[in-house]
Design a protein around this ligand. Structure first.
Ligand code: PAF
Length: 282
């Protein structure tokens, strides 16, 4: 496995694969990798001849009071894990390599679906994701790109701009990887104190409880209200508990497949999770 830190280096490393028309798979990450990321790499390995993973903590998707500076940077450990998972090339550029030192005058805003859920709490976040992911797509030029469904709204935003801008690749969404106790894997779980780590699985338990209530005929607003109450009772500061159609349109009732969403803070750590619920629930 090679690590490239410049765009030119990556282009040179990928050139033989491109000439031989090999299938290139790409997994964009911000590093501090866990089983969820490694699952994406394994999925890419199944479908592609060459697997590229980027590790880049993207400053423009963090708000002024968010954790850009403290975001865990663990390149050596990540390289070891990636080699074991079957990655061929790690692309780990600097901020200067990605953004240069002249002002960036171009932005990418996906309308509608970003004015909701995490977009309300994190203004500008999805623009920052859309810009960096587009840049990475242009740099790597993969055939397939792999993203986790834990960041469901992010995945929807990426699918949307890929379609709107005719970016020539296929986006693959990979199911959420969970710890044995149900907590969705996330690099931010590492911030949790042992006490909060013990409470954190309640976010998934509350999603499953809401699914069961819907299955038993509860009204959607009641199921959401119960989720919010359970999380608050467990010590979370709830950002939102919501249900949306799979395309993120707002819904009033459970009369189609839906996705349940929760975002809540435990101490200073913001956790998100979601659950796709089939109609009729099964
Ligand atoms: O999901 C992430 O880790 C990031 O938002 C991404 C897609 C790598 C863009 O920086």
């Amino acid at each position: 496995m090679k690590t490239e830190i410049t765009i030119q280096g990556l282009a040179a490393s990928l050139s033989p694969a491109r000439s031989a028309r090999k299938i290139i798979g790409f997994v964009p990450t911000m590093g501090n990798l866990h089983e969820g990321h490694l699952n994406l790499v394994r999925e890419a390995r199944k479908l592609c001849d060459v697997v590229v993973v980027s590790i880049f903590v993207n400053p423009i998707q963090f708000g002024p009071n968010e954790d850009f500076d403290s975001y865990p940077r663990t390149l050596e450990q990540d390289q070891r894990l990636l080699a074991e998972a079957g990655c061929d090339i790690v692309f780990a550029p600097s901020v200067e390599q990605m953004y240069g030192n002249k002002p960036r005058l171009t932005n990418i805003t996906v309308g509608g679906i970003t004015d909701d859920l995490c977009g309300l709490q994190r203004p500008g976040h999805f623009d920052g994701v859309a810009v960096v992911v587009t840049k990475l797509f242009n740099i790597v030029q993969p055939n397939y790109a792999f993203f986790g469904q834990k960041d469901y709204q992010q995945l929807a935003v990426i699918r949307q701009f890929v379609r709107d801008l005719n970016i020539p690749l296929e986006v693959i969404g990979v199911p959420i990887a969970r710890a044995a106790d149900g907590l969705a894997l996330s690099s931010r779980n590492g911030y949790l104190s042992p006490e909060n780590r013990a409470v954190a699985p309640k976010i998934y338990q509350s999603l499953k409880a809401a699914e069961q209530q819907l299955q038993a005929g509860a009204a959607l607003p009641d199921a959401l209200q119960n989720m919010k109450a359970a999380l608050t009772e467990a010590g979370f500061a709830v950002d939102y508990v919501e249900a949306r159609a799979p395309d993120l349109q707002k819904i009033e009732q459970f009369n189609q497949d839906i996705v349940l969403f929760a975002a809540a803070k435990l101490g200073a750590t913001r956790l998100i999770d979601n659950l796709q619920v089939k109609y009729p629930a099964s």
